[in-house]
Write a protein that binds this ligand. Structure first.
Ligand SMILES: Cc1cc2nc3c(=O)[nH]c(=O)nc-3n(C[C@H](O)[C@H](O)[C@H](O)COP(=O)(O)O)c2cc1C
Length: 174
């Protein structure tokens, strides 16, 4: 599969650790690219609607090349630190821009990884997962997994061998 991973974190911390653990398992059988919104120039969606009658987004920045990559992938992996009970602005920025190619994103395989500084029974993970469930329903996505991890300090997840193993195994099964 061609897998696009969107890294919703700007720091080299837990989200990146989760991504790397999954890649370790998945890289042999899949073609993987990680998109780092924080390193790109992507203006927030203005809701101008021009994309609905023209090809792509009118913003002359990294939006269209980024959405092209997502549209060409077999699987999209959304990853995010929990910020204020929700996904990060970096990830939401890219998701909002997917509006310009919405229907071309139908029927993708999808995974979600959220990492937060609160235990996994906290409502924040449920809120994030519900939002992705709604997107999956709207775009007929095949939701392969939704995983939540409790890691607060930058290196916490890297010390959590069970979670790293779980992520590597998820990768191996892709
Ligand atoms: C702006 C901001 C908001 C945050 N909000 C939450 C929150 O609502 N719930 C939570 O559990 N952790 C919250 N955190 C903690 C991060 O989710 C946590 O440290 C996570 O491991 C960061 O992932 P990273 O290392 O990949 O950046 C917040 C952190 C920041 C910087």
């Amino acid at each position: 599969m061609k897998i696009i991973i969107i890294n919703g974190s700007a720091r080299k911390g837990n989200t990146l650790t989760a991504i790397n653990a999954l890649i370790k398992g998945a890289s042999e059988k899949n073609e993987i690219e990680v998109i780092e919104p924080d390193k790109l120039q992507i203006a927030p969606c203005k809701g101008c609607g021009a994309c609905q009658c023209h090809k792509g987004c009118v913003d002359n920045d990294d939006t269209n090349p980024t959405i092209d990559k997502i549209a060409a992938a077999d699987m999209i992996l959304f990853t995010t630190p929990v910020y204020w009970w929700g996904m990060s602005a970096q990830l939401k920025l890219v998701i909002d821009k997917c509006y310009c190619r919405g229907l071309q994103l139908k029927n993708k395989k999808v995974g979600v990884i959220a990492v937060g500084g609160s235990p996994v029974d906290s409502i924040q993970y449920e809120l994030i997962n519900k939002q992705f469930d709604c997107m999956a329903d709207y775009l007929s996505w095949d939701m392969l997994f939704q995983k939540s991890y409790y890691a607060s300090e930058k290196t916490d997840l890297a010390k959590d061998e069970n979670s790293l193993k779980e992520l590597e195994d998820i990768g191996k099964n892709l």
